[in-house]
Design a protein around this ligand. Structure first.
Ligand code: PEP
Ligand code: MN
Length: 350
């Protein structure tokens, strides 16, 4: 259930509600908004009664949430969650671009890619130092050395770093070197990793598992949030289907579905979603049109020599073309807002 405190509730009244929840074997999850504090009650066998809560001073409303995911749901929080990473807003008015190579390979490659991302206007830089590969004989990533190279790229370009953490034991490394921890599709239901990321104090980019349904995806985000981390960015990266002409099937239906059921931002990865660089631009634009809060794409100074995912990695020209369309989309979106506002003013004037 969700407790909405009155806008005048004092800190002492909020503490009293928190203590009450704990005394009834449940966990309080506090979300302080600009106007009021919202407290989620979580736990699997709690005995908190709505009637009792309503008698506590400062409590305005108590709403039971029937969905299995609570903290993730729009019932818990009506306004969109905006996640700020070094001044970049994810989930705000404009979509963001996260770009970079599939894997960190060496200093020259990562710096060239980061310069390219920065020059064309990307907001965050990605690169894998720990790589989840189908074969144990494929390149597994440079590990901590890769994270160090990502830091060099950040020092030079100022772009915040998004990088995948494969194992809960590596979360401290992510805390040290990354700005956003990525949890990959194969780990979407690695519950110990989700919990550790929930305690990391870093925003988490959670990719949808390749055969995860909507509820499973939301429940994985709930794991992270239930550890006290409100900063979860969902990412659609394609699911397994019967089609064979693409690596995965990009499920863009999920964007409006997430927007209606959850307050969390959702971005789209058309690189893994298609596995084909010739389809990335079209699917990026489709994702933006469907309301995605951003894109994550793989690019490389020389994709033909990329150590992983070469077929879905854009070259500098392709990335530059994509950025042009991406920026044009934002320009159109902003103009549409202006047009809507001018219509409102005209209506008022008539
Ligand atoms: C990646 O982003 O590099 C990656 C491995 O993606 P996914 O987990 O979606 O396969
Ligand atoms: Mn990849």
């Amino acid at each position: 259930m969700v407790i909405s405190m009155s806008s005048e509730a004092s800190p002492a009244e909020i503490s009293q509600v928190v203590e009450f929840i704990r005394a009834h074997h449940a966990r309080p999850h506090i979300s302080r908004g600009a106007e009021r504090t919202i407290i989620g009650v979580i736990g699997y066998r709690h005995e908190v009664q709505i009637e009792q809560l309503l008698t506590l001073p400062g409590v305005e409303t108590v709403i039971p949430i029937s969905r299995p995911y609570k903290l993730v749901s729009r019932e818990f929080k009506r306004e969109n969650t905006i996640i700020k990473v070094d001044g970049v807003q994810i989930g705000g008015a404009e979509p963001v671009m996260i770009a970079g190579p599939c894997s960190v390979e060496n200093e020259e490659q990562i710096l060239q890619a980061a310069r390219m991302a920065k020059k064309k206007g990307a907001h965050l830089f990605r690169g894998g130092a720990f790589k989840p590969r189908t074969s144990p004989y494929s390149f597994q990533g440079l590990g901590e050395e890769g994270l160090r190279l990502l830091q060099l790229a950040k020092q030079e370009t100022g772009l915040p770093i998004v990088t995948e953490i494969l194992d809960s034991k590596d979360v401290p490394l992510g805390q040290e070197y990354a700005d956003v921890l990525q949890i990959g599709a194969r780990n979407m239901q690695n519950y110990s990793l989700l919990k550790e990321a929930g305690r990391s104090g870093k925003p988490v980019l959670l990719k949808r598992g390749m055969s995860a349904d909507f509820k499973e995806f939301m429940m994985s985000a709930e794991y992270i949030m239930s550890e006290g981390n409100n900063e979860v960015i969902l990412c659609e990266r394609g699911i397994r289907s019967f089609v064979e002409f693409t690596r995965n099937t990009l499920d863009l239906n999920i964007i409006p579905a997430v927007k209606s059921a959850s307050h969390l931002p959702i971005i789209v990865d058309p690189s893994h979603g298609t596995g084909r660089r010739d389809l990335i631009e079209s699917m990026s634009l489709a994702a933006l049109a469907a309301g995605a809060d951003g894109l994550m794409v793989e690019m490389h100074p020389r994709p033909e020599s990329s150590w992983s995912d070469a077929n879905q990695t854009m070259n500098p020209q392709e990335f530059s073309d994509l950025m042009e369309k991406f920026n044009y989309f934002i320009y159109c979106k902003n103009n549409f807002e202006k047009y809507k506002n001018s219509q409102k003013i005209m209506k008022k004037a008539v």
